[in-house]
Design a protein around this ligand. Structure first.
Ligand code: DQA
Length: 147
């Protein structure tokens, strides 16, 4: 089962960006952790990061067209991008929204995600484990042979 692990704006800055909030491990460490978890679960992951909203939209269209599952950390787009929300709504793979930080304990503008209503679930505040638990949730939902 193919899973696209998509990280949005500023997530390539992990390790340097606000380490008190996002930790000291970098984006490559996140990719390695996802690959290791995926291998344990028998999933194939395709990890990508972009700061360009149009690129993220194209990746979500690709996920919809190929019926891939998605782990999506939309970064700040979570809080205002209706375009991303509409693209995420097309993904049936399923799509799990994740956040590294506990957005509900931060500034008020981070308390609402326009993506959550179209996500199968949302995992927030658990650092890298947010991504790894999302992979577990996707593996648990995978259709069984013959089902
Ligand atoms: C984030 C939370 C967002 O509010 C923020 O804009 C990010 C990262 C997280 O993973 O905690 O860029 O999505």
């Amino acid at each position: 089962m193919r899973v696209m692990v998509l990280s949005g704006a500023n997530l390539g800055r992990l390790g340097r960006r606000e380490p008190a909030v996002y930790g000291s491990r970098d984006y490559n460490d996140l990719v390695a952790a996802c690959q290791e978890q995926a291998a344990e679960l028998g999933l194939v992951v395709d990890c990508r990061q972009t700061d360009d909203e149009a690129t993220m939209l194209a990746w979500l269209h690709e996920a919809a067209d190929t019926e891939a599952a998605v782990v999506l950390n939309p970064g700040a787009w979570s809080h205002y991008s209706y375009a991303l929300r509409d693209a995420a709504a097309e993904v049936r793979g399923p799509l799990v929204e994740v956040h590294l930080s506990q957005t509900h304990a931060r500034e008020a503008f981070r308390h609402h995600s326009v993506i959550s209503a179209v996500a199968a679930g949302t995992i927030t505040g658990l650092g890298f484990d947010s991504y790894l638990l999302a992979l577990r949730a996707i593996a648990a939902r995978r259709p069984r042979d013959g089902a």
